[in-house]
Write a protein of this length. Structure first.
Length: 151
C-alpha cells in the first residue's frame, strides 16, 4: 500500500465517478492509500459538511407525478421568513433566494395536478409576504445530476 498524502478532492472524485456506497477498501485501493486513512478522511469530510452520502430517489417512480419550479415574489420585509416557511413545506425539495426576476425559486414535488394546485393555492400563496407566484410545470426532466465534484 502506497503511503503518502491524498486530498479530499481525490476521495470526492472517486465517489462521484462511482456509486457513493462503495466499500472503503475499494476507495483505498483506487487512491492508493490505507483503508484507515480513507475512512478517517471521509469521516472528516462528512463531519465538516463538505461531503454527504445520500440515496437519491426518483420521485416519478415513487408516485409523485407532478413537479414544478415556482418563481415567488415577496415583500422585502418578509423575504427571509417567507423563504424559511416555504422551505418547511413537505412538497418543497429545493428552495433558494435569488437575485433576478423572482425573489425565491422553489421546486415542488406533488402527487398529481390536484396536489400541486393545493400546494400553490392553499399553502404557498397564504404565506405572509408572498405577493406573486408563477409555476413552471415539468413536462420532462432532460438532465438531473448531483456530480459537481471539486474545483
Amino acid at each position: 500500500m502506497k503511503k503518502g498524502r491524498f486530498t479530499p478532492e481525490q476521495i470526492i472524485g472517486v465517489l462521484k465517478q462511482h456509486e457513493a456506497g462503495r466499500k472503503v477498501q475499494e476507495l483505498a485501493r483506487e487512491i492508493g492509500v490505507s483503508e484507515a486513512a480513507v475512512r478517517a478522511r471521509t469521516n472528516r469530510l462528512l463531519e465538516r459538511g463538505i461531503l454527504q452520502i445520500v440515496g437519491v430517489t426518483d420521485p416519478l417512480k415513487l408516485g409523485f407525478h407532478q413537479m414544478a419550479m415556482v418563481g415567488v415574489r415577496c415583500d422585502g420585509a418578509h423575504l427571509l421568513r417567507a423563504a424559511e416557511e416555504i422551505a418547511a413545506l413537505p412538497e418543497v425539495s429545493y428552495a433558494v433566494i435569488t437575485a433576478g426576476h423572482y425573489d425565491i425559486l422553489v421546486e415542488a414535488v406533488c402527487e398529481d395536478n390536484e396536489a400541486l394546485l393545493s400546494f400553490l393555492a392553499d399553502r404557498l400563496r397564504h404565506i405572509e409576504g408572498v405577493r406573486e407566484t408563477e409555476a413552471f410545470v415539468y413536462l420532462r426532466i432532460v438532465k438531473e445530476t448531483y456530480q459537481w465534484g471539486t474545483r
